[in-house]
Design a protein around this ligand. Structure first.
Ligand SMILES: [Zn+2]
Length: 144
């Protein structure tokens, strides 16, 4: 059975990278009263490039002083990216990235599709979908 926590290390590396490269967006990352980033980026590696690109594009727009990313997470198979405020241009970039996440496997970054018959919603490529499904079947066999 595969271990779905093997990406923990990649997540930590990714967090470190974006906190270092975009410190102004994560100023309150340690303060749970102001930001949920203290809980980390609970995203598998397939979307890391998408998020990184989004941060770069936002930075290129030169957001107003005080602009912050307060949470990055996966919900119902899609990327959710929350900021404390923003402009139309920034929100357009965010919505585009959130839409794109439904076409990218969260595990590997290959072409993916939203799946809803594997226990919950996840966007996965065919291979990771099959793997996940196999996992689910073997877990059910263990329980019965
Ligand atoms: Zn995949």
């Amino acid at each position: 059975m595969s271990n779905w926590n093997i990406y923990e290390k990649d997540r930590e590396k990714f967090e470190k990278k974006i906190f270092e490269e975009f410190p102004e967006f994560f100023r309150n990352a340690d303060d749970p009263m102001k930001s949920l980033m203290c809980f980390g980026v609970e995203i598998d590696p397939g979307w890391h490039d998408l998020i990184y690109k989004l941060l770069q594009d936002i930075k290129a727009l030169n957001p107003e002083e005080g602009f912050e990313v307060v949470q990055i997470k996966e919900k119902f198979g899609g990327l959710r990216f929350y900021t404390n405020f923003g402009t139309d241009e920034i929100f357009e970039l965010i919505h585009k990235a959130e839409d794109d996440s439904y076409k990218i496997c969260e595990i590997c970054g290959e072409k993916g599709k939203l799946r809803n018959d594997i226990g919950w919603y996840l966007t996965l490529c065919n291979d990771h979908y099959k793997e996940r499904k196999q996992d689910l079947i073997s877990k059910k066999q263990l329980l019965s």
